[in-house]
Design a protein around this ligand. Structure first.
Ligand SMILES: O=C(NCCCCc1cc2ccncc2s1)c1cc(-c2ccc(F)cc2)cc(O)c1O
Ligand SMILES: [Mg+2]
Length: 214
């Protein structure tokens, strides 16, 4: 059976990237996906916005929803301080195993834990099973119609604290209208829009930052 696109992305990383160098892994993925096969990585343009917001927050505990090939997990984890950690949830087993290998090539396996399953099933387990107290930073990049219900779930599970930062990808394209409506009309969130473009395309997109005010 011929390989999947994600397998081809792993091949190009394992062949061309410098082991233990996250930047070279990111560059390799961005080069491949802009020149050969489009893929839904956050990409370099929105990635630079993500970098700045992560650096400013300097989070100790990060949750990512939607691992895919691990590009944004690497992007975030490379900026974290030594003891900080990133938990990332992926429901597709093939994506999870490819992401694991790519994160390993980047040398970031000790900072990143991939949790396989659906966000709505795993989020309620974070406190007891994964020893999370509260989340400093959440990157939402999974099913766009899950952004709003999972934000409610995170709050209900007591995982947000005063100052917790939610950053959502694709709020313009493919779009997350319910999420925008929810956080922008909710006094418990302070929202900021970051206009950008869809990864590797000239299509308008944006990321939305929503800071939880407690
Ligand atoms: O769907 C997207 N991303 C989520 C994939 C769903 C993965 C999931 C992970 C998970 C974990 C836990 N529970 C449940 C889930 S579901 C996505 C799609 C596009 C796009 C843009 C233009 C197109 F023409 C076509 C697609 C661009 C993007 O940046 C995306 O992030
Ligand atoms: Mg995305």
């Amino acid at each position: 059976m011929d390989q999947s696109k994600e397998q081809r992305i792993l091949n190009t990383v394992s062949y061309n990237a410098v082991k233990g160098d996250p930047e070279s892994v990111m560059k390799c993925i961005d080069k491949y996906c802009s020149q050969y096969e489009w893929a839904m990585n956050v990409g370099d343009e929105k990635g630079l916005i993500l970098d700045k917001i992560v650096e400013e927050a300097d989070p100790s505990v990060v949750l990512e929803l939607g691992t895919y090939c691990g590009y944004s997990a690497i992007r975030i984890a490379r900026l974290l301080k030594p003891k900080a950690r990133l938990l990332t949830i992926e429901f597709n087993p093939e994506f999870a195993s490819i992401a694991k290998e790519i994160i390993d090539i980047a040398g970031l396996s000790d900072k990143v834990t991939i949790l396989e399953g659906h966000s709505e099933d795993i989020i309620p387990q974070l406190k007891k099973k994964y020893e999370v107290e509260t989340l400093d930073f959440v990157f939402l990049d999974h099913w766009k119609e899950r952004y709003a219900p999972d934000t409610v779930l995170l709050e209900e599970c007591g995982l947000l604290r005063k100052g917790s930062i939610l950053l959502a990808d694709n709020v313009v394209f493919p779009g997350a209208p319910e999420f925008l409506k929810y956080v922008r009309n909710n006094q418990r969130f302070e929202c900021t829009s970051y206009p950008s473009h869809l990864e590797y395309m000239q299509v308008e997109d944006a990321m939305e930052k929503a800071v939880y005010l407690g």
